[in-house]
Write a new protein. Structure first.
Length: 147
């Protein structure tokens, strides 16, 4: 990192801290920046001269400008990137199903099949129970009795 980038990054952190302090010191009567509250909003002499409102505006504008400047500096300093394939998964050839069978239609497991062996998944039993309920035929319901 260049020293200019570090300086602007520290300056942005200071601007953010001061802006948080100025915002927290303002009155919470809803009249900030002329939105709602009293008729003494941004357009009146008293609202336009309010130090806290002006300080918030200047600090917010400075923060956004510094953010754009830092983003531009970070993107200029980057060179073309390449994709790192050293951690990609390799195809397992022993006992694995071919990839084309994964896209084919799903086959239904027999209803009397043995349950899958226990795994570390805490929801495996709930999923097996739900699958067995879906596979079992629904009980016949008697029609409602007429009175």
């Amino acid at each position: 990192m260049s020293s200019l980038f570090t300086f602007i990054l520290v300056l942005q952190a200071l601007v953010a801290a001061v802006m948080i302090g100025v915002i927290l010191m303002q009155k919470s009567e809803g009249g900030g920046l002329g939105v709602g509250g009293s008729p003494a909003g941004l357009l009146s002499a008293r609202g336009a001269a309010d130090f806290m409102t002006r300080a918030t505006t200047v600090l917010a504008t400075t923060f956004v400008a510094l953010s754009i400047l830092l983003a531009a500096m970070a993107s200029v300093g980057r060179s073309g990137s390449t994709i790192d394939t050293s951690l990609s998964k390799t195809a397992q050839t022993s006992g694995a199903a071919p990839a084309s069978s994964l896209t084919g239609p799903a086959q239904q497991a027999p209803a009397n099949a043995a349950p899958a062996p226990a795994s570390d998944d805490p929801l495996a039993a709930a999923a097996a129970a739900a699958a067995s309920r879906e596979a079992a035929p629904a009980p016949a319901q008697a029609p409602p009795a007429k009175k």
